[in-house]
Design a protein around this ligand. Structure first.
Ligand code: SF4
Length: 198
């Protein structure tokens, strides 16, 4: 049985999948923001294989940037406190480089291209834009094995949409469950979600 967290917490990747509709069960993000899972549903995802691929892509990026004369900072944890609440949204930026005239945020993706990949980088750009440390324009790049997607500007209503979905996950009222396809990729077991469909 999951345990209540001392303080609520949202991991960026839960949020991006919900924001982009890749996960249609918003309840899973809402539940995990308030509870720490003590057991997780096993799945057939090859985590070790994914981790090695990701580390390789990030290492190649890091080498390329150093060769170009930059000083990349990798695996940088980032936290963003939601104003007037005790909610914290956390993530880990794969790579940040401060150049003469801009700051570039990189995120390496080894799987197929998804909308949530770009949403994740947009969230990092948004967090860094609120940080006094960076006074230069900030852009993002999603690095795939065979292509790059550049994000120079956030959508006009990004902040409003970000706050909307944070509110969905932090509200005292639970969003509805949507058992079905989303259960396949959900780590919540039947103990915590009896509606789970396997
Ligand atoms: S198991 Fe299914 S219904 Fe339950 S939280 Fe996960 S996705 Fe939603």
């Amino acid at each position: 049985m999951a345990e209540l967290r001392d303080s609520p917490f949202i991991w960026v990747s839960w949020l991006t999948k919900i924001m982009t509709g890749e996960t249609t069960c918003q309840w899973q993000g809402w539940f995990k923001s308030k509870n720490k899972l003590t057991e997780e549903q096993p799945n057939d995802f090859n985590l070790v294989g994914w981790t090695i691929d990701h580390t390789k892509l990030l290492t190649e990026l890091q080498r390329e940037l150093i060769k170009a004369g930059y000083n990349p900072v990798v695996e940088q944890p980032i936290k963003h406190k939601i104003l007037d609440t005790d909610m914290v949204v956390s993530g880990k930026i794969d790579c940040i480089v401060e150049k003469e005239d801009e700051v570039v945020v990189y995120d390496c993706k080894t799987g197929k291209e998804r909308s949530s990949d770009q949403a994740q980088v947009m969230i990092y750009i948004y967090f860094l834009s609120k940080n006094e440390v960076y006074k230069k324009p900030i852009k993002g790049i999603v690095m795939y094995k065979d292509k790059k997607v550049e994000i120079s500007n956030l959508p006009e209503n990004f902040e409003e949409n970000f706050n909307f979905f944070v509110e969905v996950l932090s509200s005292t009222d639970s969003p509805p469950k949507n058992a079905g396809e989303s259960c396949r990729f959900c780590s919540i077991t039947k103990t915590d979600c009896p509606e789970r469909i396997d």
